[in-house]
Write a protein that binds this ligand. Structure first.
Ligand SMILES: Cc1cc2nc3c(=O)[nH]c(=O)nc-3n(C[C@H](O)[C@H](O)[C@H](O)COP(=O)(O)O)c2cc1C
Length: 346
């Protein structure tokens, strides 16, 4: 199922951007856990629009209603269904897109796949808005992971091809990155960027070789985030330019006798299995496809090439908003992994 993820903790995302609502069903979450709802809302607010420069002016209340699976303040072990009702939307902005697909967006491919039956309004089921319920599920997973000594952090590594190296604000941007986004916005354009995510505290021995490895499982959920176009683990692409002697991470016993590595080019994964070192991956996020500049497109009804001016409110850069979504994805993949049978001790 394309909108469901996970082997042990199954998360299904549903809804359309301008439909009645969006949400998720989280099946397999451990029973007896008392979530901090305020912390979940705080986490979700990091993804909400309107908080970062170049961010869409659309205001979403994003109030999650828990319909099931949490009773008397604790999880019951049955599916947790969460609904976020849609409010502030301008569906008229999208009327033309049913005929003229936005370059870079899902409109064209979805229209072909569904014979035009897709909900075009606001990007429908392919909208970035669908990452709000993913953040709910991820924030819940993060809290549970904390009780198992696992934590997730992230930073923005680059915006518009420029490294983010200065002092960053709460959204992860430095002054130069803000200016890069602002310049793109002024020109009716957009920029992308790179987010690095680190999961610490994952014990060694989780995962599997070949098709069910940690890379496979992390990549599967990270590519569920719209606009993600690449992922690398550890030294990644740069590692391919190193010698084996440089890229290999030497093992040693730490003060407690645990096996560690001196460096972490392997990004916490060896042979698809956690090594006990931090899981490190970087995600490439493309520039927002909906830009104000006129673009060349096609009219699927008249069969003619044409110019398209995208209306509506869109982020000039979605990277700061995608950052918590990457953390949410990492948390869900990590919890799904930790719910596997534990490794055999030796
Ligand atoms: C948090 C978030 C917000 C997004 N907001 C927008 C947006 O305002 N306008 C837009 O064109 N795309 C936006 N996107 C990206 C599109 O949803 C995405 O590019 C599109 O569905 C096509 O999928 P693809 O880029 O993975 O091929 C957003 C993505 C995320 C993660």
């Amino acid at each position: 199922m394309s909108s469901s993820y996970g082997k042990n903790l199954n998360v299904t995302i549903f809804g359309e951007s301008h439909g009645a609502g969006i949400g998720c069903v989280i099946d397999g979450f451990p029973a007896g856990f008392s979530p901090d709802m305020k912390a979940i809302l705080d986490f979700m607010s990091r993804r909400a629009p309107g908080l970062t420069p170049g961010s869409t002016a659309r205001r979403e209340a994003d109030v999650p209603e828990v319909l099931s699976g949490i009773f008397d303040g604790h999880t019951t072990g049955s599916p947790i269904a969460v609904l976020i009702r849609n409010g502030d939307h301008h569906s008229a902005d999208y009327a033309a897109l049913a005929q003229i697909p936005r370059p870079g967006h899902a409109d064209y491919a979805l229209a072909v796949k569904t014979g035009g039956a897709n909900d075009i309004r606001g990007g429908g089921h392919s909208s970035g808005r669908l990452t709000a319920p993913l953040c709910f599920a991820g924030a819940l997973a993060l809290q549970y992971l904390a009780t198992r000594g696992v934590s997730v952090s992230s930073r923005i590594v680059a915006i518009g091809g420029r490294e983010v190296s200065g002092e960053t604000d709460a959204t992860g941007l430095d002054a130069a990155a803000r200016e890069t986004i602002e310049a793109a916005r002024r020109e009716g354009d957009s920029v992308g960027g790179i987010v690095e995510c680190v999961v610490t505290g994952l014990p060694a021995g989780y995962g599997a070789p070949i098709f069910d490895g940690v890379e496979n499982r992390v990549a599967a959920i990270v590519f569920g985030i719209p606009a993600v176009k690449g992922i690398e683990f550890g030294s990644g692409f740069a590692g391919s330019a190193l010698r084996g002697s440089e890229n290999n991470d030497a093992f040693f016993h730490d003060a407690d006798g645990a096996v560690r590595t001196r460096t972490n080019n392997h990004g916490g994964i060896l042979g698809g299995i956690t090594s006990g070192m931090p899981l490190v991956f970087r995600v490439a996020i493309k520039p927002t496809p909906s830009i104000a500049k006129p673009q060349q497109s096609v009219n699927l009804v008249t069969g003619k090439d044409c110019e398209l001016v995208v209306k509506g409110r869109h982020d000039a850069c979605i990277v700061p908003r995608a950052r918590p979504v990457v953390e949410a994805a990492a948390a869900l993949a990590s919890l799904d992994l930790l719910l596997d049978p534990p490794p055999r001790a030796h």
